[in-house]
Design a protein around this ligand. Sequence first.
Ligand SMILES: Cc1cc2nc3c(=O)[nH]c(=O)nc-3n(C[C@H](O)[C@H](O)[C@H](O)COP(=O)(O)OP(=O)(O)OC[C@H]3O[C@@H](n4cnc5c(N)ncnc54)[C@H](O)[C@@H]3O)c2cc1C
Length: 473
Amino acid sequence: MTKPDAVIVGAGIAGLSCAVRLAEAGLAVSVFEASEVPGGRARSWSDPVMGDSVDIGPHILLNKYANMCALLERLGTADQVLWQTEELLTVFDRGRSMHFKVGGLPAPLHFVRNLPRILPSVPLHHLLSNTRLAWQTLRSTGPELMKLDAITGREHLRRCGVSDFFIDWFWAAAAMAVLAVPVERCSAASLMRLLGQALGHNDIAFGMPKVGLSDLYAWPAIEFIRRHGGDVRLGSGVTGFLRGQGRVTGIRLGDGTEVEAPAVVLAVPPTAIAPLLPADHALARTARLFQPSPYISCYLWFDRPITDARFWARPWCPEGYNTDFYNLSNIRPATRGGALIASNIIWSGRVEALSDEAIIEATRREITDFAPQAQHAQLLSASVHRIPMAIPAAFPGTETARPQTAVEQGLWLAGDWVDTALPYCMESATRAGALAAEGVLAERGLYRRLALPPPRPGGLGRWLRSGQEGEDF
Ligand SMILES: Cc1cc2nc3c(=O)[nH]c(=O)nc-3n(C[C@H](O)[C@H](O)[C@H](O)COP(=O)(O)OP(=O)(O)OC[C@H]3O[C@@H](n4cnc5c(N)ncnc54)[C@H](O)[C@@H]3O)c2cc1C
């Protein structure tokens, strides 16, 4: 192998985002991925029984994912996302479907149009208990919100006067859906940054991939990298780094092969850092702070259509299982007849001991609650994906501990857990990959802006914050 200009460790979305940008800039890149399938925690494969493309677990995009949308444009797959623009979300709560919409009034008043949908479930005084919280968050800058990283979401919500009823009805579900931890265990900083974003945008839309995730970006990225002269090796785990003259000079593979390169980008999750670095390395110490939040994703094939809905959610409660459901038969044209319903059990440690059969039975019950036709349908097949880490758990202290991309001479970091000012998600990973590529190029004297900034909340909040010191969040 000729000596590459840059080695990327990991072919998840962060590593591939970085490699695409570096290859496009003319660098000879080599990507090494431990698994035989690219895409990491956002990958897909063909189900061995039914043959349909299934993801590790269903994923959604936001129209605010500027870096990921730009990557898909570059790869020619941007049209493979189905954007749900007519309504934001259907929430199925105690036998009632609530259809939430955005748009209309300027942010944050866009929420007002949903009041008639919410009030039958939530008495007005509980809703109004959020007033101080919303006002305070609208006025806060990013650095002010980060000061909340020491306390939990529930603690902060209570201090701001939010009623326990509303915390359990709404905030518990929001913390679980986006941060993948219970509201009593999540960082208030992470949670309030979400609120700031939600209050600042009246045009949010969800997008659902029309193809498996690996086909959406991973295989197209590999093709792009190879077309630009790069090299991607699957089934090639990296076991350590080469060092010399006070810098990282390359990597060592599991079979002992050494690959020298002036730049190495480590695009692996925090849980994969420990075997690669000495225990006292600053990055290894930081990585240990990030604990995994596990998921279980379920795929159920029915012999007939059971609902017209594409996507619905259930509010989180400790006794429930799945929170978000995707009718892939109405999203992916290639899915065969009947209905293929995918769903996620977030923070799944509480049901990990159950058998696959018990999980499938509970999931079918929850699907039937929303789509009663499922009761009469025959279950053709089902698969249960147990995922030890979907994202790092957003515990207090983790938001301010998120590392930068520059680690040490010759070594950069990418991944959803890098300090991108975004929650742990595909957009954070894509942005981190672009930031790492900027660092690698800068060291070669090539100064380029590749990473797009996080979405800037607008509306009333921006006006209230104008003139204050500190950035937006
Ligand atoms: C079920 C589920 C649902 C999700 N839902 C959403 C969603 O709706 N929206 C959203 O935006 N995000 C969602 N996420 C999160 C999203 O998938 C992740 O944030 C993102 O994929 C992380 O990408 P990454 O590149 O940082 O890390 P990874 O995807 O973890 O990539 C790291 C890669 O490095 C490889 N690797 C590790 N160690 C080595 C080594 N030593 N040598 C070589 N290779 C190595 C791994 O095999 C992996 O391929 C979800 C995740 C899961 C699992």
